[in-house]
Design a protein around this ligand. Sequence first.
Ligand code: IDP
Ligand code: MG
Length: 169
Amino acid sequence: MYLRLEFEYQLQREGLRNARSLGAAGCCYSPPLVDRTLVIVKPDGVERGLVGEIVGRLERKNLRLVAAELRTITRELAEAHYAEHAERPFFADLVAFFSRSPVLLLVVEGPKDTFAVVRTLMGVTNPAEAAPGTIRGDLGIETTENLVHGSDSHESAAREIALFFPELA
Ligand code: IDP
Ligand code: MG
């Protein structure tokens, strides 16, 4: 499954710009769309049927989907994605978990510092400690199987989008 929504949103952006320049009163506030980040619904989220729940939270926040693809990640790509953790004791388990079944890869777009907005929606790494109202806080209980990945900086977002969606880099 691979949805390319870029063209559709380009049209929406054009429409918004036109509406603003004409001074038309829109029904809804739409923030400027300037920033992208990578979000991944991890294998546990897909296996548990929580894709709709998680994507719904991103959409209700008024973030927009730019790309969405269900893909089984190879061990090599999982190792590259999590390279910063290569020396950590949980690395082998993390790579095995991340490559065991399909993930949903998403590029989402919003206003300034979208990566930070997504991280707030996700909650902290350990779901047992994540605040209620966050994805991990509401839906998870274990540290490795914590449902969702989100880039942790502008630099990580650029690196990770290029890793999984080279055509969008
Ligand atoms: P993040 O996903 O909140 O950015 P990181 O520290 O970057 O957290 O860790 C990457 C992933 O590695 C986590 O989301 C989690 O799946 C796993 N992980 C992190 N710390 C531990 C741990 O102490 N034990 C087991 N798995 C861990
Ligand atoms: Mg991280």
